[in-house]
Design a protein around this ligand. Structure first.
Ligand SMILES: NC(=O)c1ccc[n+]([C@@H]2O[C@H](COP(=O)([O-])OP(=O)(O)OC[C@H]3O[C@@H](n4cnc5c(N)ncnc54)[C@H](OP(=O)(O)O)[C@@H]3O)[C@@H](O)[C@H]2O)c1
Length: 282
């Protein structure tokens, strides 16, 4: 059990994260992500919102991609007020993502930042929880489009920008049902299996060059809107918060020389489990 660190930190603007930081086994330099550009999808809510706010708090310029403009604007305003970084908003419904939109996004990142150091595929659509025999075909297509096809298109279209970074990191956000199928999880489960495959392919293809670390992370049950939708009767108070997972998200994204404490080396292609990580770090 790690003893809480009672020293004041640079995270006083983000009390939910500061409270967790005192229990972390790893500490990250205040500017660990300075000059890094990181795109987070689904950055307006839940785990994506916490990830964007955390990375900005450690110096990254965060590109906030998401569906609901007002939610992205809230995160943008928080980052502008509380950090010295330069966030960017990209309102985008991934259901309608096409090559032209990805090319425009790549051009805009190239022009403004020159390269991309991190890409967090976090946005996801749950779809209905019904048996395959009753699963609506249009919902199946929608889930696959948002959770898999859009991820493929972003990896493809942003690859050159990731490859320009000396040490880029791509995180694919998976799920327990993407590693072991379970009744009624339908397209969501199938999409997360596909995402795991995509993560492994991308890791294998980029391993030799050694410039991009590619991972899949299963957050496990986390106190967010999606979890409430999947388990409406569950007491959210029993679940970890998104901020509980931020030590892992920082450990994956931060350069090794900015991390102190019980340093862990990740292997590209690795499948990580945030709940295990959390339990082992306390
Ligand atoms: N929470 C859990 O217990 C849990 C467990 C396992 C895996 N996960 C995974 O963790 C990731 C984050 O989920 P969460 O729990 O943080 O969910 P959340 O709070 O519902 O957030 C999901 C985010 O994805 C965005 N999004 C959904 N559809 C989109 C679309 N078509 N285009 C663009 N953005 C879209 C949402 O935007 P809007 O808010 O604008 O709709 C929202 O910002 C997901 O990949 C999920 O599968 C979560």
């Amino acid at each position: 059990m790690t003893q809480p660190n009672t020293e004041s930190t640079h995270l006083s603007h983000y009390p939910e994260l500061e409270a967790k930081q005192s229990t972390w086994q790893h500490q990250f330099e205040k500017g660990a992500l300075q000059n890094q550009t990181i795109l987070v999808t689904g950055a307006g809510d839940g785990i994506g919102r916490a990830t964007a706010m955390t990375y900005a708090s450690f110096g990254a310029n965060v590109i906030l991609l998401g569906r609901t403009r007002s939610k992205l604007e809230n995160v943008f305003d928080w980052i502008e007020t509380n950090t010295e970084t330069s966030p960017v908003i990209v309102p985008c419904d991934l259901e309608n993502l096409d090559s032209e939109t990805v090319d425009n996004l790549a051009d805009s990142i190239a022009e403004n930042f020159g390269q991309l150091d991190g890409l967090v595929h976090n946005a996801s659509h749950l779809g209905p929880k019904v048996p395959i025999a009753h699963y609506p075909a249009d919902e199946w297509q929608k889930v696959m489009q948002i959770n898999v096809n859009a991820v493929f298109m972003l990896n493809k279209g942003l690859f050159e920008l990731l490859d320009k970074s000396a040490d880029a990191c791509v995180i694919h956000t998976s799920s327990s049902v993407g590693r072991q199928g379970r009744a009624y999880w339908g397209a969501y489960a199938a999409s997360k299996f596909a995402l795991e495959g995509l993560s492994q392919l991308f890791a294998d293809e980029t391993e030799t060059a050694g410039r991009i670390g590619v991972y899949s992370v299963n957050p496990g049950g986390t106190r967010t809107a999606m979890r409430r939708e999947a388990y409406p009767l569950e007491d959210p108070a029993i679940l970890p918060t998104a901020e509980d997972h931020m030590e892992l998200y920082l450990a994956l994204m931060c350069p090794q020389d900015c991390v102190s404490g019980n340093v862990v080396h990740f292997t590209t292609g690795q499948q990580l489990d945030a709940r295990n990580w959390l339990e082992n770090s306390q």
